[in-house]
Every structure is written in C-alpha cells, then in structure tokens.
Design a binder for this molecule. Structure first.
Ligand SMILES: [Zn+2]
Length: 62
C-alpha cells in the first residue's frame, strides 16, 4: 500500500511513499504551499491511498 498526497488544485504529488504522514508534515515540508501552483496545502489536502502495484507472483503456481 502506498500513500500519496496530491495537490487538489494542480495534481502535484506532494508526498508519495508507504509511510503514513500527517497532512501537517507534508505541508511543513513544502513550506505550507504547493511548489507548483502555490496553493496552501494545509487547508484541504487530498489524500489518496494507492494499492500496491501488482507484482508478478512467483511462488503461486500449483
Ligand atoms: Zn498545486
């Protein structure tokens, strides 16, 4: 499971990783603003939880 925080205004990926971060942490990291569109991050960040990318299963064959 990966977590992505995406700017709701421009779609810039503010954070992407498998560790849960608070929106505050993400906002602080960027100085409170989206680096692309300069919209404030802290107000209404959009959190997207992305399921892990499917990997080829090696050991599943009967
Ligand atoms: Zn933005």
């Amino acid at each position: 499971m990966a977590i992505e925080y995406v700017c709701r205004w421009c779609g810039f990926i503010l954070y992407s990783g498998d560790r849960l971060k608070s929106t505050e942490d993400v906002a602080k990291y960027w100085g409170g603003r989206c680096p692309r569109c300069l919209s404030p991050i802290s107000k209404v960040p959009q959190r997207i939880e992305v399921a892990a990318i499917e990997k080829p299963i090696k050991a599943a064959s009967p």
